[in-house]
Write a protein that binds this ligand. Sequence first.
Ligand SMILES: [Fe+2]
Length: 213
Amino acid sequence: MIDIHTHLLAGVDDGTASRTESLQLLDAYADAGFTHIASTPHLFHPTVKTRVDLIREEFLFLRGEAKSRGIELVLGSEIYVSDPRPKPGIPMFKTFQLVEFNTDIRPMYLSDMVFHLNLLGIDVIIAHIDRYSWFSVKDPMIQRVREMGVYFQVNIESLESQKGKTFLENGFADFIASDNHGSQRKAVDLRTFSKYPDIMKRSMNILMGSEQH
Ligand SMILES: [Fe+2]
């Protein structure tokens, strides 16, 4: 199993605050049967401060610890986008970039942004689609970017709600993830991922390049 959206680098952003906390979470991932985790610190967020200078050191530390638990930790990022031509972040699995937006303001530049990042060779994954008040599976703008090859990530806890079920039924759960912030947010029940084996399998196929839209 894989979790593609986490904030587990100690002291880097608003995720885990200490290495001890990060290691406790790694143990939980190992117990739940995970083989891969993407570490995706915030970049360019208007209110979350990111210690970019710590990313490399904390990633290398945690990657070693993950390896000893049988987990491959990869580095990525979650970029906050507020204009049509965002700066690229740190893509995971070579080309995949998590992007997030203001939760309440509809991004009218969405397709321009996707086109811009595609030209840079980046595959866009819209993070936690369950969090946006403006997101609807029937929205023409969303349909348009879907046709452009955008992938969609749903936070695991929302799949228990009707909203999350709508995403599942309409094929919008390309990826499910925890958006794990450690003790800064409500604890994530990692065992829930095993209820979605087909999505887990397809996620890996997409990331490894063996399946495309
Ligand atoms: Fe996040």
